[in-house]
Structures are given as structure tokens and as C-alpha cells.
Design a protein around this ligand. Structure first.
Ligand SMILES: Cc1cc2nc3c(=O)[nH]c(=O)nc-3n(C[C@H](O)[C@H](O)[C@H](O)COP(=O)(O)O)c2cc1C
Length: 187
């Protein structure tokens, strides 16, 4: 079956907001990417799923590397601008600079990295997988930094901040549940 962006059933996914930076035929570029995931620890791999129509797609295909920064919870405008026009026709990095957003050069790859993200990873392309109407680029992390900022969340078509922590049940209740689950051990 096909499910559209507007379909309420697809709006139950709550995600981070990745900012994918790249450099290639369209020059230095940035786009917002909710389909961003850490998919392996050793080696550390990050996947981003990108529509082939995007300038970022051409850039990554050509350069075989990308930056992936996770938005902090005060970077919703940065995300909206990065996701609001294409590097095919707009130099978003220069526009964002004029709006007061800073960028630094990546240290191990040839892209820019947005300042103030809660996590910034530099990746070299390991694998390109065509999946339906998107391409999954899997990158190996070659440099990574983080700080104490909290991540911005994307849910139901809007931006959210992390809310209340969900408390664990008490130890007694946990022990009771554990003994019930253990009764069903497979022998
Ligand atoms: C919050 C948000 C999340 C997005 N997530 C994705 C995504 O996961 N994959 C994708 O291909 N496009 C995603 N987009 C759309 C692209 O960011 C948008 O089309 C952008 O203009 C592409 O830029 P480019 O052509 O310069 O690469 C998202 C946009 C926003 C605002």
C-alpha cells in the first residue's frame, strides 16, 4: 500500500530532526531530515533517507560523504529554513548566516556543520540503498561531538520539546513481573 505524508497513521512516528549538510554539484547545502537513525554501534553507522529530487541527494551521490547534526530544541527555525527550499536554487547556508546562524567547517569531511546542534557527526558514505521513493544513505561516523542541549523532536507535523520522564514501576512490582515472565522461560 501507499501512505502519504498527510496520512494520520504515518503521523504517529516521533523523530529527531537531522540537519544533513553536504557539498557537491549544488555547492554547500543543508536540509532537514527526520528519517535519521543510528543503525550500528561498531562501527558506528548513521542512516539518512533522502528523496532523490533533493539537491542533497545529488551532493551525497557525488561527494560520498555527509554531515548529520541533530537539532537542539531551540533550532526549529533553522530546521524549517533548511527544509523549506532547495539548494538547487537557494544558497541556504548563506541565507541562514545572514539570519544569524553560524556554521563551522567539518574537520574530517568537506562540508559545513551548523553551530549549536546537540550532536554533530561527520560521515563517509558506506552504502546507498534505493528504498521505495527515498534513498537510504548509510554513513560511517568518522568524527562526532555532542553537548548538553536537548534534542528537538518532530511529531504530528510539528516541533516538540522533550516532556516529562516516564517513571519506572517500583522495585516490588518489577520483581513480581519478573517472576511471572521467568515462569515462561523456554527450555
Ligand atoms: C522537519 C522536516 C523533516 C524532513 N525530513 C525529511 C526526510 O527525512 N527526508 C527527505 O527526503 N526530506 C525531508 N524533509 C524535506 C527536505 O528537508 C526539503 O525538501 C528540503 O527542501 C530539501 O532540500 P535540498 O533540495 O536542498 O536538499 C523534511 C523537512 C522538514 C521541515
Amino acid at each position: 500500500m501507499n501512505l502519504s505524508f498527510e496520512d494520520p497513521r504515518t503521523k504517529k512516528f516521533a523523530t529527531n530532526v537531522g540537519l544533513v549538510t553536504s557539498n557537491g554539484p549544488h555547492g554547500h547545502n543543508i536540509m532537514a531530515c527526520e528519517w535519521t537513525h543510528h543503525v550500528s554501534y561498531s562501527p558506528s553507522l548513521i542512516s539518512v533517507c533522502i528523496n532523490p529530487k533533493h539537491a542533497t541527494h545529488d551532493n551525497i551521490m557525488a561527494s560520498k560523504e555527509f554531515g548529520m547534526s541533530l537539532c537542539s530544541d531551540n533550532q526549529n527555525i533553522l530546521s524549517s529554513i533548511a527544509g523549506g527550499s532547495s539548494g538547487r536554487s537557494i544558497n541556504k547556508i548563506e541565507g541562514l548566516r545572514e539570519l544569524g546562524y553560524a556554521f563551522e567547517r567539518a574537520s574530517k569531511i568537506n562540508t559545513m556543520m551548523p553551530a549549536g546542534a546537540c550532536m554533530s557527526a561527520e560521515c563517509t558514505l558506506l552504502k546507498t540503498v534505493a528504498l521505495g521513493d527515498h534513498t537510504m544513505f548509510v554513513g560511517e561516523v568518522v568524527e562526532i561531538q555532542s553537548n548538553d542541549n536537548l534534542p528537538l523532536l518532530y511529531f504530528n507535523g510539528g516541533y516538540w520539546k522533550i516532556g516529562e520522564i516516564v517513571n519506572k514501576p517500583g522495585q516490588e512490582e518489577r520483581d513480581k513481573m519478573k517472576s511471572i515472565i521467568q515462569k515462561h522461560a523456554k527450555h
